[in-house]
Write a protein that binds this ligand. Sequence first.
Ligand code: PMP
Length: 311
Amino acid sequence: MTIRASEWIWQDGRLVPWAEATVHVLTHALHYGSSWFEGIRVYDTNRGPCFFRLDEHVRRLLESARIHRCPVPWSKEELIAACHQVVAANGLARAYVRPLVFRGYGTLSVDPTETPTQVVVAAVEWGTYLGAEGLESGVDTCVSSWQRVAPNTIPPQAKAGGNYLSSTLIHMEARRLGFDEGIGLAPDGTVGEGAGENIFVVREGVLRTPPESGSILPGLTRDAVFHLAHDLGLEVREGPIAREALYSADEIFLTGTAVEIMPVRSVDRLEVGAGGRGPITQRIQGAFFGLFDGSTIDTRGWLQRVRAEQP
Ligand code: PMP
């Protein structure tokens, strides 16, 4: 999906015109993958444009940078304000917001201590990630020949730019073979996650998902599903999932900020359940999307109204 340019990008403390938000070619992050980012959605809700879980996203952004010992010259509150500012300045009612912390221009050495940290926040209009029709009919997936990174190698819990080399390989392979998305296994052969999504496997009415200590990014949508499933009286179990459980599941769905709640129609050309969106997936989707039209009460303060542009 090509980017639809908006007018402004927040860069190191000020709004700059889209075309002028540039960096030097010797930026550390370009060479070594030393960047940390978030994807945050703004929904046009019955209460007006609202961020979904903005606080938690900015917290994870700072934690990702901290894991890699990268100092960030902005506080959580300042970064939250930057997100509000860039959405408001661009006049977006629904948006995908992309804050990015990265090691900038200063050294060609892998030692980043001489390198300044730069921060940008972009906001663009963005539709459904794997296609709107997928939300109803489900998407076709394959188990990738590429595994996810092992724990205590490149930390999977940090949402770092470099980690997405793995996601890119998994996604490109899937597309090349005619699938919509690829599923990466953990190094022990159990189920990991999609290229940019967490995964839930439903069997006999119980939802299961791989543990956050494994080779996954513990997503905020995944966490939202834990809560929404609880509200619906559904059981969720976190634990290792064998690859073959993908082939005997009643339902499978992917979760993520971009993909939202996406049913999986098939894995490796084997239909999942009856081969479309299953009833439990549909209930989770209903509860999730209900947050944005008001039919699900936001009891946990996940929605935060976009503040009008500050002077
Ligand atoms: N895993 C990976 C690899 C991802 O890129 C994402 C998207 N950020 C997720 C899981 C889901 O995370 P979230 O629900 O917080 O967007």
